[in-house]
Design a protein around this ligand. Structure first.
Ligand code: GDP
Length: 360
């Protein structure tokens, strides 16, 4: 979160956003575009690079979105995008009882329309009851399109020829029809009143940035309106997170890249991590964040920090992590009873095992 933020950071966390969709429909490009816009708009220091995730603070969203967003209407601190798109990471990454992601973007290529993995992603979103919006991507590939970099959809739509507009409309209505066939009532996002009941479709181009202001605005609005209560956390409490990846790191041994979704983790905490056979109880040796590019010379790629609060992506170095698993829970013990925390981690691991059997 940015230092200029005057809202109380102790009560509301950043919603965690996942990106899903069929291969080649533009998930990675869209994440890159959002990251790129955020870096360009952000003054030095405003963007915190996370491990495995990108935080886009509210002030940056409001700069990108221009007139679409009035920062005074929001008190959630921004959005945290998980960097690995796709349903494998979505289904692996869970928090107690549900998906780790609070909200999702389903990317659909406007020309290619619904494809097998689009349907799979919809099933997964339905099962996990994750609120989502649809990014109708690659609008710049509609024949005859006249691109306008990084502008809201209305500005670029107005400047297209009738023929081009008609082509785009046809593709968008086909997507809306496909969603309806799958049991989702959907419409173009500016017509949607209640995003809990209807799925908003946002036309975008990950290539030209057209519609990206709208996409961020809708995500922010949806979170603020319908998920604020779920974002209320005890920031000072013992941290709770999910292992994104288990990685060997030179000088640190086995580390776990972790997405923290509740509380705080500190560099001297004892943690319990889900392992292949049983929970691992260990002491944090270091909490690592990526070092800003400008500072990397001969030094480590990582910078040690004393503590991190949810929601964030952080690399945790600690002994005995070899058996840790991607998707497993991480819990800070702090002043809690160790046995109780172990029991919680065991229960969560049992849940994961049941789900894996059901799916596999
Ligand atoms: P992913 O497999 O869903 O992550 O898709 P990628 O982001 O790798 O994109 C697949 C291909 O589509 C790449 O060649 C991208 O450059 C291209 N692409 C993605 N988004 C757009 C877009 O909005 N417009 C155009 N013209 N190409 C795009």
């Amino acid at each position: 979160m940015s230092n200029t933020d005057t809202r109380d950071p102790t009560s509301l966390r950043t919603p965690i956003v996942a990106v899903l969709g069929h291969v080649d429909h533009g998930k990675t490009s869209l994440l890159d575009k959002i990251r790129g816009s955020a870096v360009i708009e952000g003054e030095a220091g405003a963007i915190t690079q996370h491990i495995g995730a990108t935080a886009v603070p509210l002030d940056i969203i409001s700069t990108i979105a221009g007139d679409l967003v009035d920062p005074d209407d929001f008190d959630l601190p921004g959005l945290l995008f998980i960097d690995t798109p796709g349903h494998h990471s979505f289904t692996t990454l869970r928090s107690r009882g549900g998906a780790l992601a609070d909200i999702a973007i389903l990317v659909v290529d406007v020309n290619d329309g619904f494809q097998p993995q689009t349907l799979e992603a919809l099933e997964i979103l339905k099962r996990s009851q994750t609120p989502f919006i649809v990014a109708a991507n690659k609008i710049d590939t509609v024949p005859g399109w006249n691109p306008k970099e990084d502008v809201p959809i209305n500005d670029t739509y107005e400047s297209q020829s009738d023929r081009v507009r008609q082509r785009l409309d046809e593709s968008l209505y086909e997507i809306i029809g496909n969603l309806s066939d799958e049991g989702f009532s959907a419409d173009l996002y500016w017509r949607v009143q209640n995003f809990q009941r209807n799925i908003g479709v946002v036309p975008v181009s990950a290539m030209t940035g057209e519609g990206v202001p709208d996409l961020l605005t809708v995500m922010m609005g949806l979170s603020q309106r319908y998920m604020k209560e779920e974002m209320e956390i005890d920031v000072a409490g013992p941290g709770v997170g999910t292992v994104l990846e288990v990685k060997e790191e030179k000088g640190f041994g086995t580390t776990i890249d972790t997405v923290l979704y509740d509380g705080t983790i500190r560099a001297d905490d004892t943690i319990v991590v889900g392992g292949m056979n049983k929970p691992i109880v260990t002491e944090v040796r270091a909490l690592l964040q990526p070092r800003p590019l400008a500072e990397i010379r001969t030094e480590s790629r990582f910078e040690k920090v004393d503590e991190v609060s949810a929601a964030s992506g952080i690399k945790v170095a600690a002994p005995d992590l070899a058996d840790a698993m991607a998707g497993a829970p991480v819990r800070v013990v702090r002043d809690r009873d160790l046995e109780e925390v172990i029991a919680e981690v065991e229960a969560e691991l049992a849940d994961i095992a049941v789900d894996t059997e059901e799916q596999g």
